[in-house]
Ligand binder design. Structure first.
Ligand code: CU1
Length: 132
């Protein structure tokens, strides 16, 4: 059994959303996706892919699990027509809103597993695995 996404993290993201956009307030409270994350092949279940770029496309991060060495600068690029963000669940990094074609970079200086999501679409989850 792999650990599931903490509901608290999703809730926090939804609360953040509600704070900056009144239109989503009602849906945020009524549409808690607590037990609906059983889609086949969740982000955590996929084998990490080596590289230093992540594409944001079709409301997903690709690869969903990226493997890098300490010191690697990872670049995310939004290839969708909709804006997205890149936000570490643990707070280690946080992009602004990335419109179509916009990018964000972060250099990983500490080994570890970094779960992140798009704060606009909290169902968009992915992981960067940083090794020494
Ligand atoms: Cu998004």
């Amino acid at each position: 059994m792999s650990p599931r996404i903490p509901v608290a993290a999703l809730t926090a993201a939804l609360v953040l959303l509600a704070g900056c956009g009144s239109t989503s307030t009602t849906s945020a409270t009524s549409a808690m996706p607590s037990m609906t994350m059983s889609a086949p092949g969740s982000a955590a279940a996929q084998a990490p892919v080596s590289g230093n770029t992540v594409s944001i496309q079709n409301f997903a991060f690709a690869p969903a699990s990226l493997a890098v060495k300490v010191g690697t600068t990872v670049t995310w690029t939004n290839a969708d027509q909709d804006p997205h963000t890149v936000v570490a669940k643990g707070g280690q990094f946080k992009s602004g809103i990335l419109n179509t074609g916009a990018g964000y970079t972060f250099t990983f200086t500490t080994a570890g597993t970094y779960d992140y999501l798009c704060s606009i679409h909290p169902f968009m989850i992915a992981t960067v695995v940083v090794s020494a």
